[in-house]
Write a new protein. Structure first.
Length: 123
């Protein structure tokens, strides 16, 4: 993964805050034991925010978490794979593109079989 990537997954943008980012920036300037404790506290706060986010009823949850709600499973899978690509190196991105291509080819085949009503290559 490219360590210079500044993008964040949607979940991170919903639970991270300016104060947590400031705490994270401070971590390297403490001793080893203090770093461990502060890092642990930061993760606990993020976990607490995540739990609060999902404890809210579906109508109160962030729209970003509901974006795939009305999509077909195939569309959700395609969007999920494309979202993952942003955090991958070029080889991993090519692999994901291949998987997406396979899914699209399979969907086309299924559509042809259902619409055509028969085998694509009759004997």
């Amino acid at each position: 993964m490219d360590e210079t990537n500044t993008s964040q997954p949607v979940l991170d943008t919903l639970i991270r805050s300016r104060d947590l980012q400031m705490l994270k920036a401070m971590v390297p300037y403490f001793s080893g034991a203090q770093q461990r404790t502060i890092s642990f506290v930061i993760r606990l706060i993020e976990l607490q925010k995540t739990m609060q986010l999902f404890d809210a009823g579906p109508e109160l949850q962030a729209a970003e978490l509901q974006s795939g709600k009305n999509e077909s499973p195939a569309e959700r899978t395609r969007h999920m794979l494309n979202a993952m690509k942003e955090f991958c190196n070029p080889q991993e991105q090519a692999n994901i593109d291949s998987v997406i291509g396979f899914f699209e080819m399979f969907e086309s085949y299924e559509a042809m079989m259902t619409d055509g009503g028969g085998a694509p290559f009759p004997l």
